[in-house]
Unconditional design. Structure first.
Lengths: 511, 389, 371
């Protein structure tokens, strides 16, 4: 293999640490995917560290540098610089390809010539039946024209984690994924949009998808014309929905149960109105605290004898069907975006909890009836996942999100959790999340938490993860042969590339 | 109508589905026309949008006749200007109220109109404005029709003083989200659920709205079409003959059934015998003999052990929901290319065809005409007229 | 106490290394006519553009297994060619040859003789090797004896390598170089061993025919002056006192009258960034015919090859040649194992060990001490 693409040669190493000398003029990058061929096939390696190599001793090099720095070495240069000073790359074998891909269990040939990876080396990255596009293969900073897809059926129900520091492109990633999902009618996606960044109220967004009309719903307290107002009837709130979202003491929980038992679906209204229950089952002080909690956490209170919700989300008149409508849409394979940007944390999580619980219960029933196989998988996209999946949070009480994380797979319901702090999510939940799309993170503790819970061995990839630029990611999943480095496209570019749909015949109005 | 005349209202708005069929029974139509004529003769104009039951794809409907005869005015005039739908206001001569609206159409065509509606033009109009429409609003759908087609309120033009809604059978009024919306609901009802709701005490009526430059009050005027008597029987663990015996006894014990509509609800899984072994005709006759105007039977949740396997899946579901569910479950199993026959569009179309096929033969209609009508409606709905020519 | 001793020691030494009188070059024997040291003999090396190519040749060898009566050595000869700062690939010959030499002691004509057979690693190397008939030498030949003692057999290994260097140089001149090109051998051009001059002459002849300037550069020199100073040190002092140019060549040092040493002897300072001076020799006959300009061209080319950061003033070509010709101790073990394994297969292990253990006690003791 003496071709133009040769970039180095194996000179030493061991399994997990193959030393490659870089050919002069070739710039091997951190994260590069390299290939070494042999008669039976080829091995793909990934570079995880770079170091200087030299035929000249360190002392001599330091002396030489001193000469140059102090201006004493004018006219002196290195002869054959690329031969005597060079870069060594440390790489690990990630895949061996013979007639089928398998994990690399043998060392590549000693002195094997190494080249950059090409499209033809990745035939196993084929498009699955239920594809979710996430980007193209990346080798270092170079993009290889091989698209990478998640298998939607598998990935969504086995949960996805998007761990990332701020500004590394996680919203862009989720938008890219959803862009690929809309219109397929194969997956129901619930998005709790805490920053109102997915729909595209101003600027490009999911609304620009050709299939948005039939495949996308948007709920907001300030809806764009044509989209739904986020109104949820108070009657739809059950005490269970508060679990793990609004912490209550034992006395408060008992009070809630009593009111629920007494007033059925009007329990919240009666708490707010202060309706007393016979036999003094609930202390006035407890009732008062509950009223305050509902007011501060959910912005619902009584004013002029009317139930008022400050952000107008919770209502005693409209919104009876909202939850069911959303769940029906999810079951129909649509994406439902809930704009929670103007809501407090508790209100946002409560709404998510209500929808997720309804979906979970529906699918539990389907499973009991034997109809679950006909249903599309549903995934809940939640930002700042530690709010509901963090150890501290879960210790206060389990919630529907934790339940989905642990059991959702059985019922075709998954989570797509976005977080800056993986380290606070308990290990038993992390290990249940079988696909992680790792974006850049400069915090060592976070990287270690990810590395420990990854589907592949990423123990050497600490530096790789730290050096991920915006839009670069590593996909580690039990459904993939190796941790694939990818470049996520810019969402706005995807929108631009979308084919303009054929002109529809003009609508006639007959009155 | 009588109340309106008595209260000397300035005008009446009908938000569709005056009849439940485009060509109702002529006796009924006659009654309606007479009453409308009376109202018109009192100088009270009627403004209307059509409802989903008012349209016929193949023939002129009754409401077309009423409109062309001047009994009411359709307030849905508009034209397409640069791909936008510009509605025109109908101005009430007396009050100067400006009224416009969009009719409810089958197959969700009206939803398309909302997407191209020039809202800005309507919002910029000065004066007291009313928007009449026929259809469910997503935010106000009752729970039991959560999955029904609906439009979000954001599609309505903002800033109108009153939004006169039709189609939903439950009455509702709400102005907390920036739109003063009212659905008067049904006066009588179209299915068992409506009747049961009435029987359980739900007040039926219509709204009288008082306004000058803005709405000052909205009153519900109750209308009681008839009395109701609800009879519920649980046949669980009883055999057919025991159930029959009990039902007859229940019927006999009911007194004062004159002028009442009896709702007979029988449910539960019988321990023996078939559901067909219960002679409901006998029970109905008995009730009628005791003065009931009519008996509406609901035995959907009644099952016998032999048929449990079939019924379990549909327990708790109403007919239209069962139909929808079955269509949804099986639409994917039919291999077709045309997207109109697939997924949600396909389900909607299937439901439409089924409702056409369910249309009963009218009195005085010949078998041939009936078949022709049904075939024509179905063909038109499927868009196959040209192909079949 | 110790400090006092060191102080006195250095003071004494300082007295001995007195540069009060530099003296003149002193080359032992009658084979040289030395010239007095004179500042006028410093010639500035002017940097000129040159298309000349320079080939640098070096060799190395180490014993693999040995006994008083046999020695097996690994030998290498390597060359490179520079065109300016650029290393160029040879046109047709391999730039590194490797061969084993097996020297065994034979009792002949009343004396121990050492006969050497060569085993090249490739058939292609045959042209670069001396003839085995030239590699037979008496153990009492003066050219290999140290003092009055019989020469050690391992010394003979160097002979084969040295002859191979001359033979390789001949092939390089013949196949790779042309008119005005220069060849630089590592070391001076004096032949030391019997029959070595035959190979030297062959190389010189080829160089003369093709117009290739045949030279040698020695990285060390133990020449003296008549006042007991090192010659190179004295000339450096002369240069300093007389503000010699930043790069210079000093000529003449001495003329050789010996057929064993057909060379004009120079001293050179090849870089203005280094004070180092080296002994440099040009084939005598060629040196006579070189004009000052031509001479300057040769030195200019050499000085431009002497600007490497790691060792300014010393030609990089020789650094590279030394690096590639060297037989490193780390390499020896593999070959040793192969040889001993083969010996074992023959069933001759015991026999060989009997002889090898005659001289390996020192090594054992080193092992015991962990050296």
């Amino acid at each position: 293999m003496m071709s133009m693409t040769v970039c180095g040669q194996i000179v030493a190493g061991e399994i997990g640490k193959i030393l490659i000398r870089e050919k002069g003029g070739e710039k091997i990058e951190l994260g590069d995917l390299l290939v070494v061929e042999d008669p039976a096939g080829y091995t793909i390696m990934q570079v995880y560290d770079l170091l200087y190599g030299s035929q000249i001793s360190q002392l001599a090099r330091e002396q030489v540098a001193g000469l140059k720095l102090e201006g004493l070495g004018v006219g002196l240069e290195f002869f054959e610089p690329q031969l005597r000073n060079y870069v060594l790359a440390e790489a690990k074998a990630v895949l061996r390809m013979t007639d089928h891909p398998q994990s690399a269990k043998v060392l590549p040939d000693f002195f094997g010539m190494v080249r950059h990876i090409e499209q033809k080396d990745l035939p196993f990255l084929s498009k699955p039946d239920d594809p979710i596009y996430i980007g193209k293969v990346r080798s270092g900073s170079k993009i290889i024209d091989v698209p990478v897809y998640l298998n939607g059926q598998e990935a969504l129900t086995h949960h996805i984690l998007v761990p990332s520091a701020t500004g590394r492109g996680k919203s862009n990633l989720v938008k890219v994924m959803l862009w690929s999902i809309i219109g397929q009618s194969k997956f129901g996606i619930l998005v709790l949009d805490a920053h109102d960044e997915y729909y595209g109220r101003t600027g490009k967004g999911l609304k620009d998808h050709n299939k948005a009309k039939e495949g996308l719903l948007y709920y907001s307290i300030n809806p764009v014309p044509g989209t739904s107002t986020l109104i949820i009837n108070l009657k739809a709130i059950l005490p269970d929905h508060l679990n793990g979202i609004i912490p209550l003491t034992d006395a408060q929980e008992q009070a809630v149960s009593r009111y629920r038992h007494e007033f059925k679906e009007d329990w919240i209204e009666h708490i707010l109105r202060g309706t007393t229950i016979e036999a003094a089952a609930v202390k006035p002080v407890t009732l008062g605290v509950l009223q305050r909690i509902i007011k501060t956490k959910l912005s619902i209170y009584v004013e002029n004898n009317e139930i008022v919700c400050r952000n107008r989300v919770f209502s005693s008149t409209g919104g009876e069907s909202t939850i069911k409508e959303i769940v029906a849409a999810l079951q129909a394979g649509k994406t439902a975006i809930i704009d929670t940007s103007k809501l407090g944390d508790e209100a946002e999580l409560l709404i998510g909890s209500m929808i997720a619980t309804e979906a979970f219960t529906t699918y539990e029933n389907c499973k009991a009836e034997g109809t679950l196989t006909e249903k599309v998988p549903i995934s809940v996209v939640i930002e700042e996942a530690p709010r509901v999946l963090g150890s501290e949070q879960l210790q206060k009480g389990d919630n529907i999100y934790g339940r989905i994380a642990r059991e959702g797979r059985k019922f075709k319901i998954g989570l797509l959790a976005i977080t800056q702090l993986t380290s606070v999510i308990p290990r038993d939940i992390l290990t249940n999340i079988n696909t992680k799309i790792i974006l850049g993170n400069e915090m060592a503790t976070e990287r270690h938490a990810l590395i420990e819970s990854a589907a592949q061995d990423l123990s050497d990839d600490d530096r790789l993860i730290a050096s991920l630029d915006k839009g670069e990611a590593i996909v580690t999943s039990i459904f993939q042969k190796f941790a694939v480095p990818i470049q996520i496209p810019l969402f706005d570019e995807l929108v631009k590339e979308q084919k303009t749909p054929g002109k529809q015949p003009p609508l006639q109005y007959t009155g | 109508m009588d109340v309106c005349v008595k209260r000397k209202v300035d005008f009446i708005i009908i938000s569709g589905d005056l009849f439940d069929s485009p060509m109702p029974d002529m006796t009924l139509a006659n009654v309606a026309v007479r009453k409308l004529r009376e109202v018109r003769n009192q100088g009270i104009p009627l403004y209307a949008v059509y409802g989903s039951h008012d349209f016929s794809p193949t023939q002129t409907s009754i409401v077309d006749l009423l409109e062309s005869s001047g009994l009411f005015k359709k307030v849905t005039k508009g034209k397409m200007i640069q791909k936008k739908l510009q509605l025109e206001f109908e101005v009430d001569e007396q009050t100067k109220a400006k009224i416009c609206g969009i009719s409810g159409r089958r197959l969700g065509i009206d939803k398309e109109y909302y997407t191209i509606l020039d809202r800005q033009a309507l919002e910029n109009e000065e004066g007291f404005k009313i928007f009449a429409f026929h259809g469910a609003l997503s935010e106000y759908k009752p729970r039991y029709i959560a999955e029904a087609d609906s439009t979000p309120i954001s599609t309505l033009p903002k800033g109108f003083d009153y939004y006169a809604g039709g189609h939903i059978h439950e009455k509702m009024h709400d102005d907390t989200h920036g739109y003063n919306i009212a659905y008067p609901g049904t006066l009588f009802g179209a299915d068992y659920r409506d009747l049961e709701t009435s029987a359980k005490g739900e007040e039926r009526g219509f709204y009288v709205v008082q306004f000058s430059t803005k709405v000052e009050r909205i009153d519900l005027v109750p209308v009681s079409v008839c009395g109701y008597e609800l009879m519920e029987y649980d046949a669980t663990d009883k055999n057919a003959s025991k159930a029959q015996e009990d039902l007859l006894q229940m019927a006999q014990q009911r007194k004062s059934l004159e002028g009442k509509l009896v709702l007979l609800k029988v449910s539960g899984q019988m321990s023996g015998g078939k559901t067909a072994e219960i002679d409901f005709q006998q029970i109905k006759k008995l009730l009628k003999d005791q003065g009931a105007i009519e008996i509406q039977l609901n035995n959907q949740k009644l099952s016998s052990k032999q048929y449990a396997a079939i019924h379990i899946a549909s327990a708790g579901e109403e007919t239209h929901k069962i139909e929808e569910r079955l269509f949804k479950e099986h639409i994917g199993t039919v291999k077709v290319e045309d997207p109109k026959l697939k997924s949600e569009e396909g389900v909607t179309l299937s439901k439409e065809i089924l409702s056409i096929l369910k249309q009963a033969k009218k009195e005085n209609e010949t078998k041939g005409s009936y078949e022709g009508r049904v075939i024509a409606n179905a063909t038109s709905t499927l868009g196959l007229q040209e192909a079949l020519k | 106490m110790l400090g006092d001793v060191v102080r006195r020691l250095i003071a004494d030494l300082d007295n001995h290394v007195a540069e009060t009188s530099l003296g003149d070059p002193f080359l032992s024997g009658h084979s040289y006519r030395a010239h007095a040291l004179d500042a006028v003999n410093f010639n500035q090396i002017r940097t000129t553009e040159s298309r000349s190519r320079i080939a640098f040749v070096d060799g190395g060898n180490q014993e693999l297994i040995g006994a008083p009566n046999f020695s097996v050595q690994l030998n290498r000869v390597y060359f490179n060619i520079f065109e300016g700062r650029r290393l160029v690939s040879p046109k047709s010959i391999p730039n590194r040859i490797e061969f084993f030499s097996v020297t065994s002691a034979k009792f002949r004509n009343g004396e121990i003789h050492y006969d050497t057979t060569l085993f090249p690693n490739s058939e292609d190397f045959a042209d670069f090797l001396p003839s085995p008939s030239d590699l037979s030498i008496s153990s009492t030949d003066s050219t290999i004896m140290t003092g009055k003692a019989r020469a050690d057999i391992s010394r003979v290994g160097s002979i084969a390598r040295r002859f191979a260097e001359w033979q390789s140089a001949f092939r390089i001149v013949e196949k790779e170089l042309g008119h005005d090109d220069v060849l630089v051998m590592d070391g001076i051009l004096r032949t030391a061993f019997a029959k070595e001059s035959k190979y030297a002459k062959t190389a010189y002849r080829a160089a003369l025919e093709r117009g290739v300037v045949y030279t040698g550069l020695s990285k060390t020199s133990r020449l003296f002056t008549t006042t007991g100073l090192s010659l190179l040190g004295a000339v450096r002092r002369l240069a300093l006192d007389n503000k010699a140019p930043p790069m210079w060549y000093y000529y003449p040092i001495a003329e050789s009258l010996s057929p064993e040493h057909e060379a004009a002897i120079f001293l050179v300072k090849l870089s203005d960034m280094s004070e180092r001076v080296f002994r440099y020799e040009i084939n005598a006959e060629q040196a006579k015919s070189l004009t000052p300009d031509k001479l300057n061209e040769v030195f200019s080319a050499l000085s431009q090859n002497s600007n490497d950061l790691t060792f300014p003033g010393y030609p990089y070509g020789l650094i590279d040649a030394d690096d590639n010709a060297r037989v490193r101790t780390q390499e020896l073990e593999m070959y040793r194992v192969m040889l001993l394994s083969e010996i074992s297969k023959l069933g001759s292990a015991a026999k060989f060990h009997r002889h090898m253990e005659s001289t390996d006690a020192h090594g054992i003791m080193n092992l015991l001490k962990g050296a």
